[in-house]
Design a binder for this molecule. Structure first.
Ligand code: UN1
Length: 501
């Protein structure tokens, strides 16, 4: 096991240099599969480091924003190629600091590679608008300008993919940024930024400040030189960030919670739906905002589906994500584990039927990690808290329904609206569900997870505030529109007033 002496200490990355926190305090990053393993020591920073980083980003903006976008894009392309080369090593680091299994951490890095390549392409597009003027001899267009310094407050469940959703579009558009990694997964952000630097991102354009939310996130979002804040995390924290940004007129993009439904109709391919349910509910140990957390089953297949799901859930192998035989890794932390176990107790108390799982997995060789058995509740009523609140762990609630219409009504009747899914062979019902499921993402015959980077990612209601990450639409957050009027008539022309008689 590692001891503090052979473990690396990471400083903040500010203006291209390594800067220790003035407080002299640090935070430990430990493996959630075995907390005896120390991954790294990171700075416990505060407002002083935030100020330095924002000032560096502000100064770098003056030059970076003027580099032609196709040149900026070349750096992104190089970064994506370097990520490809380092994929295996970075995936190992990510599994060690976050817990999810290797095939998923490879997928996380692949998502960052895809994102880099996609937004590199935007460097030669970033389309604006040209449109006719209402006046003769006048040219009108709208162009995209970068916003300025962007604060990025990142989650731990996709430690490289989600920072890449923020950093790549921001950079190609000419912004600079200060990133606050999640406390549990700073190493993956360091790995990512090391590649950006190697690819040629100049000093000050991307800065990292590590530490706690209240000590780093709060001064960062309040800093007057920060023009935009991008946050992924809980709806509770998102609400606080949104309020603060409103007070200082900052743009704010919030990607928040989910309680994602999978509806399975009687006519569905059950084998496919079961496979999808297992992957959607227990992939990433249920720690995705897109995780399948409610399975809404039409009554004809209800019992059979649950029986099969239970059988297959029991076969999932828990353990250290570095072991290729393992299907489900640990949850990220002790406090997360306590919250999830608290929800399991709550579910039992509310009268739903615990059909499998429900316990910490604490065999002797697992006792240093945060493992919870894949857990299925049956006979859940739509209003129960386990069917309404985001649990963010390996717990899924099965709810019976009478028909597609009934299923959609149950699906929509929560405060979130991120992802949703329907299993059916009936194309008419599929299209009705695409129209009526109140969510930012709908899958047909696939589980609620698996978004691709070139499509818009985000949700409705308390899942966000109307922005989308991924896809060209992300540029709407990272650019300000400028309307431009060029009058070549050599006379004063008055819009709306000079009209033909
Ligand atoms: C998240 O759940 O926090 O669609 C992001 C997916 C992944 C991204 C998930 N591509 O499940």
């Amino acid at each position: 096991m590692s001891t503090t002496s052979d473990v690396k200490t990471y400083s903040n990355f500010i203006n291209g240099e390594w800067v220790a926190a003035a407080s002299g305090q640090t935070c430990e990053n430990r493996n959630p599969a075995d907390t005896r393993e120390l991954i790294g020591i990171f700075q416990r920073s505060g407002a002083a480091e935030v100020n330095l980083a924002v000032e560096a980003a502000h100064a770098a903006f003056a030059t970076w924003s003027k580099v032609p976008a196709p040149r900026r894009a070349e750096i992104l392309m190089k970064a994506a190629a370097l990520l490809e080369q380092r994929k295996e090593a970075f995936a190992h680091d990510m599994t060690r600091e976050m817990g999810k299994v290797l095939k998923e951490t490879r997928g996380d890095i692949q998502e960052a590679i895809d994102c880099g390549n996609f937004f590199a392409g935007e460097g030669r597009r970033m389309y604006g608008v040209t449109t006719p003027s209402e006046l003769p001899n006048k040219f009108t267009m709208a162009t995209r300008n970068p916003v300025g310094v962007v604060a990025m407050i990142c989650p731990w469940n996709f430690p490289m993919a989600i920072p890449s959703w923020k950093i790549f579009p921001a950079l190609v558009a000419g912004n600079t940024c200060v990133i606050k990694p999640a406390e549990y997964t700073p190493l993956s952000v360091y790995n990512f930024v090391s590649v950006l630097t190697e690819a040629g991102v100049p000093a000050g354009v991307v800065n990292i400040v590590t530490g706690h939310g209240s000590e780093v996130g709060s001064p960062l979002m309040a800093h007057p030189l920060v023009r935009a804040v991008s946050f992924t995390g809980s709806s509770e924290v998102g609400c606080i960030i949104g309020e603060n940004c409103a007070r200082s007129f900052k743009r704010c993009s919030l990607e928040l919670g989910g309680k994602n439904p999978m509806i399975v109709l009687d006519d569905a391919n059950l084998e496919l739906a079961l496979e999808g349910a297992l992957w959607g509910a227990f992939g990433t140990t249920g720690q995705r905002c897109t995780a399948t957390s409610r399975i809404i089953l039409q009554k004809g297949i209800y019992k059979k589906f649950i029986d099969e799901l239970v059988m297959r859930s029991k076969l999932l192998r828990l353990g250290n994500g570095l072991d290729p035989k393992v299907d489900v890794g640990p949850v990220v932390s002790k406090s997360q584990m306590e919250t999830i176990l608290g929800y399991i107790e709550l579910g039992k108390g509310e009268g739903s039927r615990l059909v499998t799982g429900g316990n910490p997995f604490d065999r002797a060789d697992y006792k240093h990690g945060f493992f919870i058995e894949p857990t299925v509740f049956g006979d859940v009523e739509p209003q129960m808290r386990v069917a309404q609140e985001e649990i963010f762990g390996p717990v899924v609630s099965c709810i019976p329904c009478d028909s597609l219409e009934d299923g959609i009504q149950i699906a929509n009747n929560v405060k979130y609206g991120l992802s949703s899914s329907l299993y059916t062979k009936d194309v008419n019902r599929a299209f009705a569900a695409i129209r009526d499921l109140d969510a930012g993402i709908t899958y047909i015959n696939a589980p609620t997870i698996g978004a691709e980077v070139h499509l818009p990612f985000g949700g409705v209601k308390q899942t966000g505030n109307g922005h989308r990450e991924g896809g060209v639409g992300a540029l709407d957050f990272y650019t300000e529109w400028k309307a431009v009027y060029v009058d070549y008539s050599d006379k004063l022309q008055k819009a709306q007033i000079d009209r033909p008689e």
